[in-house]
Design a protein around this ligand. Structure first.
Ligand code: ATP
Length: 984
């Protein structure tokens, strides 16, 4: 039966002795009746022997020579009195527990009364022992107990406790102390004390007294629990035997039965109590170790699980307090756990902090997001607002741009360098470098000391500049045609330098290869059909153009080419009519005949080309020097360009150069010429506008003219007669005029009123001039409507900003848009075509028209204004060829060119329409030249100030040379100097 009484397990165990005693008491038998004193004495002796035996064992027989194996109480006290045995044993159990043990001569120790020992020595050793034992938490005694007899029991208890401590330490620290003491560190101040039951103690004492020898022999140094249990069982047996032997035999069964009932009852009670305790203990399990829970004591200390063998042989789980080493381990573990816990705690804190930071960050980002979102909204609002004002700004920009262009007024010069052509051997370019508007040419020594020459232009395009780039720079200028400005772009440069390439693009003429939007500023304003129409015309013009191979260019243009686009439109908001025209002039290249190696016809072409270009140079020089006289009439070329060079047009010259070093001579002279051109100031360009007020006025005038016409039939007959004999008059009537002839020249005030054809800028294209013309009041007596009434209607063309004519407006003779394309061919020599007019041998004016479209009609802007049924759109391509006559004398030159210029006017007319007229005018026009020159009407008209159709009043012959009066180099009156006869 278990005798353990400590901890939870102790609740289950109980003392059989006490149960037996209880039974005996119930049966009136007092334990005191038994020899209790004797049993106590036996027990005390037993314990003392055990203590002495263990001490002897610990320090050896030699060390414990003064301690008997079974000492009496007095012997025991004296043997331990010096404290030497106690200290040494203690140091064995707990090394270093008593650091300094005071040794004494063994002789002294054996002195029975110990008189030889100094009190100091006793005191030192015993005191050190007692202090150490006290620190270990073992039962203690007083130092005086060793001095006086009768107190050895406490000393024995202390020694046995030390023994128990030592035993537990040797067995790994797990076990119970039979006599008290704990392996816990001394500083814990807690120890496990055996709770001896007093009845059991008594019984044990009795048992010991009865069987003292055998019991003591069974004690072993390990203090084994089983051994302990056996000893207790023997004590119990002795007790029962003693009690029963004194009883009568007949009382024994009753006594035994009573005793067993009592034992069972006690056992059940304690079992119930034990179960209760177990339940409570289970609740206290708070720490989990290795998957097993450990209970805590009431003070919160953890207990260690131990297994003990129960009396019935099963192993019971019990919990005891850790011994010292376990505590150390446990505290280390606890420390680790605490550290881990702290770390986890701090990690959690950190995570919390991170979470908080992240949350804050998210909130901040959310706030920012909303902020940016609202900003984006505002930005988009701003954008939409900007977009809504886009067209307004565009319009403003256009105006401003035009203002800037107008203010500049000078001829803009762009330079373009052709790249080396495939297959060309020499790859060293004469162009040193290009920077913005500057181009530097490397010059051979003979052209200058520096070896380099720089030129500045508005823009310089390098050899790799694409057509797109070139066009994008030119586009704004072209755009201004739609604003009613006259524009002239002409390409200049030596043969093969790329003039045609720039003006018409690569060889294949496709819409794609033609820089789109030539006609209008914005792509959506350009219907593709319209562009293809123009391209078709250009293509035909190109086909008609004379080209020929020279040593310098496989496809050298042997003629100047001019594409003229007339644009007319109406601003719907203001009702203003805008008219503009654009000349795209591709000049034939200058060439040195020795290099071009031309002969025969090609040579003649070259000569004519060079001559006309030379005339152009003269005009430029005069303009640059601001001469009062500018020799426009020295060549057809300069006549053609008169509007652009001397009028109020916007003019751009593309000067081209070849990169070859051996062409550097031509390159330099070309660039020098371009430099001179750049200095020409044309003055502010003016837009050709007519307000709705003008139109109204014109309508009224037409009405009054009709009335007047009806009244003057005779005048009408006369008019028909005039037209039938003079094609020139017809042309004038139809509104056409050559740039070389002013309104006044051709009888002009009337024509000045009627014709709104592009004319020298002072006279046409200038609303103010036109409006202020005093001749507007003098209306001609003829019916234009009659001439033009058969014109078919024109298809509507959509546009942005400028809309096309409505049906009712057509009746008024307006075309909202009138596109007129005229391709003029000014060849150097006669070709297969027969000239319409021939003036003078080699320098004869050669003129030929090509009717390209059955719908080609005479289209005169002015006619459109006055005729109620006329067509508002016409395409006309005419090809004229003429040569340039120059003489040494400038007057002579004028005469020559004047003569030749007369037929030239035809190229701006739309003869097919005229010829188709029922009045037979057309048939007469087939021979315009002779009649034109020799018409007596011309002189008549010239001499007359009465507005009528006919040649210019300037054709006054004087000494064979017509008097000429020029304004800005251009005839403004009828005083044109002419040579008599054929113009020579
Ligand atoms: N910028 C360029 N890029 C590529 N090739 C070009 C360029 N300019 C001109 N060419 C090529 O150079 C050759 C001569 O060009 P183009 O016929 O335009 O010269 P041109 O000045 O009109 O000559 P000409 O006065 O004899 O008519 C052509 O084969 C043309 O394709």
């Amino acid at each position: 039966m278990a005798t353990n009484e400590g901890g939870v397990g102790g609740m289950l165990s109980f003392s059989m002795t006490s149960v037996v005693e209880d039974v005996l008491q119930q049966h009136g038998t007092r334990l005191s009746d038994i020899d209790l004193a004797s049993r106590k004495a036996e027990e005390a002796a037993l314990r003392r022997y055990e203590a002495a035996g263990w001490l002897r064992k610990m320090v050896g027989v030699v060390g414990a020579k003064d301690l008997a194996a079974e000492p009496s109480e007095e012997e025991f006290r004296l043997g331990l009195r010096s404290g030497l045995i106690l200290c040494n044993v203690l140091n064995r159990v707990q090394p270093g527990a008593v650091p300094k043990v005071v040794e004494s001569p063994s002789d002294s120790i054996v002195v029975p009364d110990g008189a030889a020992l100094s009190a100091y020595q006793y005191f030192e050793n015993v005191r050190n022992f007692l202090v150490a034992v006290e620190e270990m938490g073992l039962p203690n005694f007083e130092a005086s107990d060793l001095e006086q007899g009768g107190k050895s029991a406490r000393i024995v208890n202390c020694v046995l406790a030390l023994k128990s401590y030592s035993d537990r330490k040797q067995t790994g620290g797990c076990g119970m102390s039979r006599f008290g003491g704990s392996l816990k560190p001394s500083n814990s101040g807690k120890y496990f004390t055996r709770k001896n039951s007093e009845p059991f103690t008594n019984s044990l004492a009795r048992n010991a007294s009865m069987n003292e020898k055998s019991f003591g022999a069974e004690l072993n140094s390990n203090g084994d629990l089983a051994h302990d249990t056996d000893m207790n069982n023997r004590s119990l047996n002795m007790l029962v035997h003693t009690l029963l032997s004194e009883k009568k035999p007949e009382d024994v069964p009753i006594l035994v039965e009573s005793m067993l009932n009592k034992v069972i009852e006690e056992f059940e009670r304690r079992l119930a109590s034990h179960n209760e305790s177990m339940k409570t203990a289970m609740k206290d399990m708070v720490v989990c170790e290795g998957g097993k829970s450990l209970p805590r004591t009431a003070s919160g200390e953890m207990k260690r699980k131990v297994e003990v063998k129960s009396v019935n042989g099963t192993r019971e789980t019990q919990y005891c307090q850790d011994n010292f080493s376990d505590d150390k381990e446990s505290s280390t573990r606890l420390l680790k756990q605490q550290t881990l816990f702290d770390k986890q705690k701090s990690d959690i804190q950190e995570l919390k902090h991170t979470l908080h930071t992240t949350k804050t960050g998210m909130q901040f980002m959310q706030m920012k997001y909303h902020e940016e979102f609202s900003n984006l909204g505002k930005y988009l609002n701003g954008l939409s607002h900007a977009a809504s004002g886009y067209h307004r700004v565009l319009e403003e920009n256009r105006k401003l741009y035009n203002q800037v262009q107008d203010l500049k007024g000078s001829i803009r010069v762009y330079c373009r360098v052709r790249p080396f052509l495939p297959g060309q051997p020499n790859r060293t370019s004469s162009v040193d470098h290009i920077e913005e508007g500057n181009i530097t040419i490397t010059t051979p020594a003979k052209y200058g000391k520096e070896g380099r020459r720089s030129f500045n232009f508005n823009k310089v395009f390098g050899p790799y500049a694409s057509q797109d780039e070139v066009f994008s720079d030119t586009q704004p200028l072209i755009r201004s045609v739609l604003d009613g400005y006259n524009v002239c772009i002409f390409a200049y440069g030596q043969t093969g330098s790329g003039k045609t390439y720039t003006m018409t693009g690569p060889k294949e003429l496709t819409e794609r290869s033609q820089g789109n939007g030539v006609n209008v500023p914005d792509a959506n304003l350009v219907p593709v059909s319209s562009t293809s129409d123009v391209l078709e015309l250009m293509f035909i013009g190109q086909k008609n153009r004379a080209v020929g191979a020279t040593a310098l260019n496989d496809r050298s243009s042997r003629s100047h080419s001019c594409l003229t686009v007339h644009v007319q439109g109406r601003d719907l908001t203001s009702g203003t009519i805008l008219r503009g025209c654009m000349h795209l002039v591709d000049l034939a290249g200058s060439e040195r005949v020795d290099k071009s190696e031309v002969t025969g016809d090609r040579l003649k072409e070259a000569q004519h080309i060079n001559r006309s270009l030379s005339a152009l140079g003269d005009v430029i020089a005069s303009l640059a020097q601001k001469n009062s006289h500018v020799p426009y009439r020295n060549s057809k070329l300069t006549q053609l360009l008169q509007d652009s060079l001397g009028g109020q047009a916007k003019t751009l010259m593309f000067v081209h150069i070849s990169p070859e070093p051996d062409a550097v001579g031509e390159t330099l002279s070309t660039l020098k010429f371009a430099e001179r051109v750049a200095t020409v100031e044309l003055g502010a360009a003016k837009s050709n506008k007519e307000t709705s007020g003008d139109v109204k006025e014109l309508k009224e005038q037409i009405s009054s003219l009709k009335v007047a016409l009806a009244r003057k039939e005779g005048a009408s007959v006369s008019l028909q007669h005039s037209l039938s004999i003079s094609p020139e008059r017809h042309r004038m009537r139809a509104g056409g005029s050559s740039p070389s002839l002013s309104n006044k020249q051709v009888g002009g005030d009337v024509l000045g009123c009627l014709s709104n054809q592009r004319q020298p800028m002072e006279d046409v294209g200038n609303t103010e001039v036109w409006n202020n013309s005093p001749l507007r009041q003098n209306r001609p007596n003829f019916d234009l409507q009659e001439l033009l009434m058969d014109s078919p209607p024109w298809p509507p063309v959509n546009g942005l900003g400028l809309d096309f004519q409505k049906e009712d407006e057509k009746d008024m003779g307006y075309g909202d848009w009138v596109d007129k394309v005229m391709v003029n061919k000014l060849d150097g020599v006669n070709r297969n075509e027969k000239p319409l007019g021939h003036v003078d041998g080699e320098n004869d004016l050669l003129f030929q028209r090509h009717v390209l479209d059955s719908r080609v009609y005479p289209e005169q802007p002015y006619n459109k204004l006055t005729s109620t049924k006329m067509d508002t759109r016409a395409y006309d391509i005419q090809r004229s060829r003429f040569d340039i006559a120059t003489t040494d004398d400038s007057d002579e030159l004028e005469v020559a060119t004047s003569d030749s210029s007369e037929p030239d006017l035809l190229w701006q007319f739309n003869l097919p329409k005229v010829t188709s007229l029922s009045n037979g005018v057309g048939s007469k026009i087939k021979k315009p030249h002779s009649k034109l020159v020799k018409s007596p009407d011309i002189s008549a008209v010239n001499r007359s100030s009465v507005p009528t159709f006919g040649p210019s009043p300037s054709r006054k012959l004087l000494n064979g040379v017509a008097q000429s009066s020029h304004r800005n180099g251009r005839p403004v009156s009828g005083n044109v100097k002419r040579k008599t006869g054929n113009g020579k």
